[in-house]
Design a protein around this ligand. Structure first.
Ligand code: GDP
Length: 416
């Protein structure tokens, strides 16, 4: 059985948040479809996997049914944590915000900022969750990218920074220009699900507009990042190798929010969105050490912390308990430090009881994968826990800790 302790730098734990109807479900499904279809085995496309996905899509559609779903893009592992969008689930929203490191905020290109998206945005602000915005439904009548960007600034107070310029809108939505690389993605008339796009030269008709948008983008990035500001003041044009880490630093520090657009309906724009998730959103290493207290200390005044490293004693937070039709009770945990192993004994610091870890699963949208162990920064489902409830934390019995379950540490920047 695979061990499966991942390299932390290649993990992205993300949520997808939106006002109801903005397209959260469709966008999530497209991400899963896209990553499932195009997941490469070595350098070769896995034809059999593609076929499986085609059948799957036809038979039942691809939907998220678990609290966290794992997928892959390039060399990255992306754990998508289900983030309820409804106001009634505020506590659940907060709990899910607690275990993710970054989020994609999906908006309807016609409706712009809607009340629920505003509320979830404020919660994410409170928890310091770095975000990228995806302006969905660019094909819809009344869709307007720039108006949405203006609303992010005015109504959400975000330093919204478009990293793309749309080519057309509504039924004439033809593609996007990547302002970082100054290349275009132009969709084929009948884009197929999962189709990969190569970038092309910017169409002649959009060269001037792209140049202007690029200037504004660099100015916004200079405002958000000192290194780019220095280059800007020296009159130097930053390179792609300087821009990408600068966007990442600004996103993690919360000084800028990259904005992209597309339509999840036809899968147009999902590929650049996936690239933005891996390039700009933080890995578990980019967030501060998790804090907690000694379970024996009822005043909770002792401060303990655990670094996001497999070298540290194990600590993990339970964020959801679900009943799986095949497996029964499944406990979803975010591991903050150390390694969680099948068969090991752990301490539930809140309940003051020891429990044994049963089977550990990585939940994919079309299959579950049993793994022997999982490491810091990861999100997995565990069987066999009897006396645990949501919000409890698990730890190595020789290094007891109760993790804080409701405060989110401010992200720190650790970009090479
Ligand atoms: P959720 O409530 O945010 O999960 O939204 P859904 O993903 O269920 O989408 C709501 C509705 O919008 C559904 O009828 C979708 O088919 C439709 N929809 C989703 N994405 C797009 C898009 O890019 N363009 C258009 N025109 N409709 C979309």
């Amino acid at each position: 059985m695979a061990k499966n302790v991942l390299d932390l730098a290649t993990v992205r734990n993300i949520g997808i948040m939106a006002h109801i109807d903005a397209g959260k479900t469709t966008t999530t499904e497209r991400i899963l479809y896209y990553t499932g279809v195009t997941h490469k085995v070595g350098e070769v496309h896995d034809g059999a996997a593609t076929m499986d996905w085609m059948k799957e899509e036809q038979s039942r559609g691809i939907t998220i049914t678990s609290a966290a779903t794992t997928t892959h893009w390039d060399d990255y592992t992306i754990n998508i944590i289900d983030t309820p969008g409804h106001v009634d689930f505020t506590v659940e929203v907060e709990r899910s915000l607690r275990v993710l490191d970054g989020a994609v905020a999906v908006f309807d290109a016609k409706e712009g900022v809607e009340p629920q998206s505003e509320q979830v945005w404020r919660q994410a602000d409170r928890y310091g969750v770095p975000r990228v915005c995806f302006v969905n439904k660019m094909d819809k009548i009344g869709a307007e990218f720039q108006r949405c960007v203006d609303q992010f600034r005015e109504r959400l107070g975000a330093n919204a920074m478009p990293v793309q310029l749309n080519i057309g809108a509504e039924s004439d939505f033809q593609g996007v220009i990547d302002l970082v690389r100054m290349k275009a993605y132009v969709w084929s008339a009948e884009a197929k699900l999962g189709e990969m796009y190569e970038t092309t030269e910017i169409p002649e008709s959009h060269v001037e507009a792209a140049r202007e948008a690029r200037e504004q983008f660099i100015e916004a990035l200079a405002d958000a990042d000192d290194e780019i500001m220095e280059l800007y003041l020296e009159g130097q044009e930053p390179t792609v190798e300087q821009i990408v880490p600068a966007i990442r630093r600004a996103t993690i520090a919360g000084t800028a929010v990259p904005v992209l657009c597309g339509t999840s309906f036809k899968n147009k724009g999902v590929q650049p969105l996936l690239d933005a998730i891996t390039a700009y959103l933080p890995s578990p290493m980019d967030v501060e050490a998790i804090e907690g207290h000694d379970p024996k200390d009822e005043s909770e005044e002792t401060r303990l912390s655990r670094q996001p490293s497999t070298e540290e004693p194990m600590s993990a937070l339970i964020f959801k308990i679900m009943s799986d039709p095949h497996l029964g009770k499944l406990t979803y945990v975010r591991i903050y430090s150390g390694v969680l192993k099948t068969g090991s004994q752990v301490l539930n610091g809140v309940k003051g009881r020891k429990e044994r870890i049963g089977k550990i699963y990585r939940m994919h949208s079309n299959k579950r994968e049993e793994i022997a162990e999982a490491g810091a920064g990861d999100i997995v489902a565990v069987m066999g826990l009897k006396d645990t409830t949501t919000g409890d934390s698990l730890c190595d019995p020789s290094a007891p800790i109760v993790l804080e379950s409701m405060t989110f540490p401010a992200p720190v920047i650790q970009v090479a």
